[in-house]
Design a protein around this ligand. Structure first.
Ligand code: OGA
Ligand code: MN
Length: 195
């Protein structure tokens, strides 16, 4: 994965999360959504945040350590990945933040970068999919636009992980004909002085 990140700016692992854990996380996301715990994701930063479903149509909930056994197992796996990436790439990844994301049928996320102008701490972006038996004709691909390489469409199939460099990789989420669940996350480095 580290080699792919350096060479291409992204990496894909098709069977990253154990199947059982993927099911448990999907069930938890559904339950939270049914209980009204998810909220419309916003675009922009600070006081300029607005809901713009034409730009970004997902419903999200940030994860907290200790919220469930399944989330803690997931966060533990990501902590091991953080340590492994630091060992091979010396990126100085200091922490991990992650949210559930639910895209209703037809919802999308227009092309964007994950690094904010006023916050350059997000270094490696992660998406893990929680959708059992996803078919290509159901849409909902993550479309990557690697610089100088072919566009990549990646179906949001359960247990699959995609990693990319937050500052460089332009990407978007295409609309789907069924509900699309994922965990999005970011490995962050410590802020530099004046940030
Ligand atoms: C994001 C994002 C991609 C996906 O949440 O910033 O780009 O495939 N998600 O869900
Ligand atoms: Mn993104």
């Amino acid at each position: 994965m580290a080699d792919d990140l350096v060479e291409h700016g992204w990496s894909q692992q098709n069977i990253f999360l154990p199947a059982q854990l993927t099911l448990e996380l999907a069930a938890e996301c559904h339950l939270l959504a049914a209980g009204g715990a998810l909220h419309a994701a916003r675009v922009g930063r600070g006081t300029a945040q607005t809901i713009r479903t034409d730009i970004r149509g997902d419903q999200i909930l940030w994860l907290k350590a200790g919220q469930s056994a399944a989330c803690d197992r997931y966060l533990h796996i990501m902590e091991n990945l953080r340590i492994a990436l630091n060992r091979t790439l010396y990126l100085g990844l200091a922490e991990y933040e992650s949210h559930f994301a639910l895209y209703a049928p037809g919802a999308s996320y227009q092309p964007h970068l994950d690094r904010f102008r006023d916050d350059d701490c997000r270094t490696v972006s992660v998406v893990i999919y929680l959708n059992h038996g996803w078919l290509p004709e159901q849409g909902g691909a993550l479309r990557l636009h690697p610089q100088g390489e072919r566009t990549q469409d990646i179906a949001p199939l359960g247990s699959r992980l995609v990693l990319f460099l937050s500052a460089d990789m332009l990407h978007e989420v295409l609309p789907a004909t069924r509900e699309r669940l994922s965990l999005a996350g970011w490995f962050r480095r410590r802020p530099t002085l004046g940030n």
